[in-house]
Design a protein around this ligand. Structure first.
Ligand SMILES: C[S@@+](CC[C@H](N)C(=O)[O-])C[C@H]1O[C@@H](n2cnc3c(N)ncnc32)[C@H](O)[C@@H]1O
Length: 370
């Protein structure tokens, strides 16, 4: 428990209602009143859902770690079939499968379990299984959330993303995080492309573009566009090996460098920052946006695409998952579209505005003009 009283205004506004809702017998009473029963039941379920959320995630983690999604892809199996193969006692395997079915990831028919529609669909989401495995780190960082909030924790995610500290990066580390990003970048690219117009753009430079998945997608959709990939040299080496001789050869320029070290290359009339700003603190973001502004010609366009906070309307995914993920990275911050737009304006851009996207948990977009 943290010491400290609520501000007077907060205590006055709504305090009486909180005290009423917190009365121990109130739930039992509302469950007896027909008009209120539905509210009480839904609230009860929602509260319990939050209480047990960490167990649900770990059930999912076990299903993925034991490769049960792959094992059930050809068809249903019993706990006995799977127990031996995965070296889990049969009664515990039965408990795991039962929990998976309760969560709607598996489907139970008699004593056989198969993938549910949702479970099967999950295996097709690019990068999702890899990301769930990666959550082992994040889960350990969240084990003591108060230490994390107070800045007392040395986090595993900060080590996984070494560039946040601005130091040297071993190529093996760069390859590890780039691989994790590459698959999910396809979803982010799809939603960004659906939201943003590239009309009138001649050359797009993707800064912090990783292995180039975003540029590949843009290039496929807009065959006339010239493309430039800017990232750390250790990352660009992987991107070059992947893209050399592919359909973009001849249209794609590789520009190795650090956006912390100096000016960005000039020549592009649009710059994209896809899942870059939320890794960094405000000072780094301000400096990067100023460099993007300096690199663009008058009328040039800036596209920022990443999961953003709901701001005044808190978002159930970005203000929980992404906010704590970026916090555990150490320097990161999940900003609202309004905050990103304000940072763009402070760097000299005009017309910084949010562009609607399909799924806030995949990405949100802010576009600005120099
Ligand atoms: C979270 S990843 C996003 C990659 C890609 N845009 C995507 O959405 O999948 C952040 C990217 O920023 C790059 N990056 C980090 N610090 C950088 C720096 N100082 N200069 C250039 N790129 C940097 C990383 O190498 C990485 O590729």
């Amino acid at each position: 428990m943290v010491d400290g009283a609520l501000p007077q205004s907060a205590a006055r506004s709504g305090g009486w209602l909180n005290r009423l809702l917190a009365r121990p017998g109130l739930h039992a009473v509302t469950m007896r009143v027909p008009g209120l029963r539905g509210f009480a039941r839904r609230d009860g379920q929602a509260i319990f859902g939050i209480v047990q959320g960490f167990v649900e995630s770990q059930v999912l983690f076990a299903l993925v770690e034991l490769d049960l999604f792959e094992a059930l892809m050809p068809g249903p199996a019993t706990a006995g079939d799977l127990a031996l193969r995965h070296r889990v006692p049969v009664d515990r395997m039965a408990a795991l499968l039962q929990a998976g079915a309760a969560l709607g990831l598996l489907r139970r028919r008699g004593d056989r379990f198969g993938l549910s529609r949702r479970g099967a669909a999950m295996t097709g989401v690019p990068g999702l299984m890899e990301m769930i495995r990666h959550h082992g780190l994040f889960y350990r960082d969240m084990a003591d959330p108060v230490a994390l909030l107070q800045g007392r924790a040395e986090t595993e995610l900060a080590r996984f993303w070494p560039y946040v500290a601005g130091g040297e990066i071993a190529p093996a580390l760069a390859e590890r995080y780039s691989r994790l990003m590459a698959d999910s970048q396809r979803l982010v690219a799809e939603d960004t492309l659906a939201a943003v117009s590239f009309k009138g753009v001649r050359r797009l430079m993707d800064v912090g573009g990783g292995t180039g998945v975003f540029l590949e997608r843009v290039g496929r959709r807009h065959p006339g566009l010239e493309l430039e990939l800017f990232d750390l040299p250790e990352v660009l080496a992987t991107a070059q090996a992947r893209l050399a001789g592919g359909p973009l050869a001849g249209r794609l320029r590789f520009s190795p460098g650090s956006f912390r070290a100096g000016a960005l290359p000039v020549g592009a009339d649009a710059v994209s920052l896809v899942r870059v700003l939320y890794d960094h603190d405000d000072d780094t973001v301000r400096a990067l946006l100023a460099r993007a502004h300096a690199a663009l010609p008058e009328g040039g366009r800036l596209i920022v695409s990443e999961p953003m906070s709901g701001g005044a309307r808190p978002d159930p995914v970005t203000d929980v998952y992404f906010a704590f993920y970026t916090m555990a990275m150490g320097t990161g911050r999940t900003r609202s579209a309004e905050t990103v737009a304000a940072l763009c304006r402070a760097a000299g851009f005009r017309h910084a505005r949010r562009v609607p996207t399909r799924r806030s948990y995949v990405t949100s977009v802010v576009v600005a003009v120099k």
